[in-house]
Ligand binder design. Structure first.
Ligand code: 5AD
Ligand code: SF4
Length: 419
């Protein structure tokens, strides 16, 4: 089976596509990068914003055309949009052979291979034959927070934490197969709880795995970020100094309407605590502009917060109403033009700040973990999560910490020389 897999959306989707690929390769299937080489095209979808769904529809449109000339190709849609719109997708695109929603994702690999009568071929799967340096592990599924704009609780269901023993075993087996950095994933990792093990305790357990060099995690919720976690970030050398902490807005009125359950003051306190405990920490965030009822003043508060906090990176989104959510019943009263303006203003400010931050990195020496080596260039990451490129082709660097002296800095990547 030659498979093509296209992934739209968050790290969770990336992780789930990655798991599929490793199961497939254990069964001898090959990943391809063009439709003409594929026996099956898999689309992993996202429902968080309307734009992500439109992207999936246009991709399916292209596949439909391809299938008219190449009727043997199988088409599979998985993930959040498959969960939310399964039968509608099938109605609109008769080219789609199989739909597997986000809640059934655990069975996806076998169901896809069933299309090719492959799952009898070898029942025992070693899903850990991949040898990438950086891997992702899902530690919890679903979400119970019901932020008023968000579709995730509807498409991914209730929050369930995975047994910590399973997580540690999975991480250990990945490390045995070459992984050196693991990112623990969940919609709100701060509320991880299995029996008496909370998130900070889970990190401690994962950190005991020999040969594992780095631990990352995402995503966090400001209402649940604990002092315990800050402490472990400050004291456990394997935990990278990066936190993605979605702020969404700096207006208390909007935060309340979003059902975020924290005030802006609380958010600022967290940033202060984090920076005091981990001076080198890099902080990234998500912001929504144009939420229902967001006035100019509310927006100015958010812009001011962006200027004072100086995030190392941020994602900004124009609010779009999602079905079933509480906010979809509110009047979407910020005109699209104004949402676009606010979006552009935040981005411009964020870019200015990024340029300031990265220009300070020039001349410094950064400890990086080497993730890939290709055509004489190593690709690595700083502890804060910035991409670094340097000349070097020694295979032995792969998966190792090395020091790079930074010579040039762009907003999204740094360039330097190995020391
Ligand atoms: N409209 C705009 N942005 C949204 N996000 C989630 N739902 C919506 C929506 N309906 C953003 C939030 C979240 C990120 C993953 O996507 O900022 O943190
Ligand atoms: Fe959505 Fe809020 Fe849950 Fe994040 S915490 S997945 S924004 S409901």
């Amino acid at each position: 089976m030659n498979y093509l897999i296209e992934t739209i959306g968050c790290q969770m989707n990336m992780c789930e596509s990655d798991v599929l690929s490793s199961v497939f390769s254990a069964y001898g299937a090959s990943k391809v990068s063009s439709l003409s080489d594929a026996d099956v095209a898999i689309l992993n979808t996202c429902s968080v914003r309307a734009q992500a769904e439109q992207k999936a529809f246009s991709y399916l449109g292209r596949i439909k055309e391809f299938k008219q000339k190449n009727p043997d190709i199988k088409v599979v849609v998985i993930g959040c949009m498959a969960e939310r719109l399964g039968s509608k997708i099938k109605k609109r695109f008769n080219s789609v052979d199989l739909i597997i929603g986000a809640k059934d994702i655990d069975n996806a690999a076998l169901r896809i291979m069933d299309l090719f009568h492959m799952s009898d071929f070898a029942k025992k799967v070693n899903s850990e034959i991949k040898s990438e340096v950086t891997r992702y592990v899902t530690i919890m599924k679903g979400c119970d927070n019901y932020c008023s704009y968000c579709t995730v609780p509807f498409v991914r269901g209730k929050e369930i934490s995975v047994n910590f023993e399973k997580i540690v075993n999975k991480c250990s087996s990945m490390v045995k197969n070459g992984a050196r950095e693991i990112t623990l994933l969940g919609q709100n990792v701060n509320s991880y709880k299995y029996e008496d093990v909370n998130f900070a305790a889970l990190i401690k357990k994962v950190a005991t795995i020999e040969n594992l060099k780095r631990i990352r995690f995402m995503t966090n919720h400001p209402k649940d970020l604990s002092d315990d976690l800050i402490k472990i970030m400050a004291t456990e050398p394997k935990v990278c100094s990066h936190i993605h902490l979605p702020m969404q807005s700096a207006s208390d009125k909007i935060l309340k309407a979003m059902n975020r359950k924290y005030s802006h003051e609380h958010y600022l306190k967290l940033i202060k605590k984090l920076r005091a405990a981990i001076p080198a920490i890099s902080v990234t965030t998500d912001i929504i502009v144009g939420f229902p009822g967001e006035t100019d003043e509310d927006f100015e508060d958010t812009l001011e917060a962006v200027k004072t906090i100086k995030f190392d990176g941020l994602y900004v989104f124009k609010y779009s109403p999602r079905p079933n959510t509480k906010a979809s019943g509110m009047i979407d009263d910020v005109p699209l033009q104004e949402k676009k303006r606010r979006h552009a203003v935040i981005l411009e400010e964020a870019n200015k700040i990024s340029i300031e931050i990265v220009s300070e990195i020039i001349g410094s020496t950064q400890q990086v973990l080497v993730e890939k080596i290709k055509n004489g260039i190593i690709k690595a990451r700083t502890r804060g999560g910035r991409k670094v490129f340097a000349k070097g082709d020694k295979e032995e660097y792969l998966g190792k910490h090395i020091n790079v002296n930074i010579k040039e800095a762009k907003v999204n990547s740094l360039f330097g020389n190995i020391i």
